[in-house]
Design a protein around this ligand. Structure first.
Ligand code: BES
Ligand code: MN
Ligand code: MN
Length: 462
């Protein structure tokens, strides 16, 4: 029987090569041109779960991309851990900003990753982090170290809102029954500052369309005499924040939980350097809601951001034109207690109400989801904390994240279990951006830490 450390040492090249092969498949769920690649990825995950020692693995079809489900039930009286992850990735655009092609993984050293990092779309979000669980499973089953039952549920639509997974979970409560859900799809503060994510923000994502005249017009002949949809749209968007960067939608803050001074003081203890933050992004100042720190702005406060805006002429040179239409995609990050459907309705009503005469406005909701907070006195949190202590030699810091995994609150509602977010990515890993990467050190540290969680969770649960 080998320890996890020596097992990793003996197998690390294979662990890396298997991940590299997985990263070569462009499983972009948002783009239908990649449907076959997404399906192929599901098949590869199925095989990898079988090889890792699952007794039963199946591809569960949905109306969209399939869910790969695997399990190993060793004793019904022992606890069951449900591992969730996703095998789909974000589109890699803009391609010209990548230093190497997004689906041709390369290993390169960086300042933060002197041991090397794998550069590829999905390296950190979430193929690399999901695959840590597959390799940890391989260790536990091959070395007779699996202390409890395990179920895997790896989906292919996380990056497009998990709509079909939500239906699957609601329809398969028995099959998915568990004592704790374990996810690695978030980050940690730094390699020497381990942290456990205790909160996720919710999300409401909408698309807006402003239509003016029935056709594009000469901007000299008509300019100044009719509403220009792009001018109007940008003015409407600008009005959504006031001078303190508060969001102006009536009712938007109604259910926002206000943290006590003590809780805010606790949060402020997490190591953070504003100088490093600004330097890493090449900005001379941060920007945000008055009265809150950077870490508060990006975790416990809700936001509204334009994610894309278009209309009119954007080709080479100049074309004098007033476009008939203008468009934008807008996301609102929400905090626990804000209901995403209510917020979507509030946005729609407000945005329509501020449209001036001379244009029509259409608001189309996309997907959304609720935020999440998890207590730090649960058995799951304690087991995770002990696991990090075992492999990092330090107690991890609880930290709320600004990102969203909307399915997590649905897990709690449908399966009645808590989720533990053991993320091993760094903020600088550039998830969703060009040159996404995942440190080899982080990848192997994740594989090393996970079996400790299984062991402590099973012990504490007894
Ligand atoms: N893994 C991320 C979410 C994340 C990253 C949370 C880092 C915390 C820290 C996930 O894949 C993601 O990108 N979620 C989307 C929402 C989804 C509905 C498209 C997001 O947060 O934008
Ligand atoms: Mn993810
Ligand atoms: Mn993502």
């Amino acid at each position: 029987m080998k320890t996890i450390k020596s097992y990793i040492n003996d197998n690390k090249d294979r662990f890396l090569n298997e991940l590299i092969d997985l990263l070569k498949i462009p499983s972009i769920s948002a783009d239908s041109a990649y449907t076959n690649a997404v399906l192929e990825t599901a098949a590869v995950i199925k095989t990898s779960l079988e090889n890792a020692g699952c007794d039963h693995v199946e591809i569960c079809e949905t109306e969209g991309f399939p869910i790969v489900y695997g399990e190993k039930i060793i004793d019904k009286s022992l606890p069951t851990i449900l591992v969730y992850g996703h095998y789909d990735v974000q589109p890699p655009d803009p391609l010209n900003l990548w230093n190497s092609p997004p689906f041709e993984p390369v290993i390169q050293k960086t300042d933060l990753h002197p041991e090397g990092a794998i550069f590829a779309r999905g390296a950190c979000d979430d193929k690399g982090q999901m695959y840590m669980h597959v390799k940890a499973m391989e260790y536990m089953t091959s070395q007779n170290e699996l202390p409890c039952n395990v179920k895997f549920m790896i989906e292919g639509e996380e990056e497009v809102g998990s709509v079909n997974l939500a239906k699957f979970v609601a329809a398969n409560r028995e099959k998915l029954a568990n004592d704790v859900i374990l996810i690695s799809d978030t980050g940690m503060i730094a390699k020497d500052v381990p942290s456990i994510t205790t909160g996720l923000r919710g999300l409401s994502y909408v698309e807006v369309e402003v239509t003016g005249p029935n056709r594009d017009l000469h901007s000299g002949l008509y300019g100044g005499a009719v509403a220009n949809p792009i001018n109007v749209l940008t003015k409407m968007i600008a009005s959504l924040h006031d001078e303190n960067n508060h969001i102006t939608i009536p009712g938007f803050y109604d259910n926002v939980e206000n943290l006590s001074d003590a809780e805010r003081a606790e949060m402020a203890k997490a190591p953070f350097s504003l100088e490093n933050y600004k330097n890493a992004l090449d900005i001379d100042a941060v920007y945000g809601e008055a009265g809150y720190t950077t870490n508060e702005r990006n975790s416990i406060r809700p936001t509204l951001d334009v994610n894309g805006i278009w209309g009119g002429y954007t080709g080479e040179g100049a074309k004098t034109v007033i476009a008939s239409q203008a468009f934008a995609k807008i996301s609102m990050r929400l905090v626990p207690n804000q209901d995403w459907e209510t917020i979507t309705d509030l946005f729609k009503a407000h945005f329509e109400s501020i449209a001036p005469k001379g244009v029509t406005v259409k608001v189309t909701p996309h997907h959304g989801g609720q935020g999440y907070v998890t207590p730090i006195d649960s058995i799951g949190y304690k087991a995770a904390s002990k696991a990090y202590e075992a492999t990092f030699g330090k107690t991890p810091i609880p930290q709320r994240s600004g990102g969203s995994i909307p399915i997590v609150s649905l897990f709690e509602k449908e399966l009645k279990s808590k989720t533990i977010l053991m993320g091993f990515g760094l903020d600088s890993d550039a998830i969703h951006s060009p040159n996404e990467h995942f440190g080899i050190w982080n990848y192997l540290k994740g594989i090393e830490t996970i079996p400790h969680f299984y062991k402590y969770f099973t012990e504490l649960k007894k």
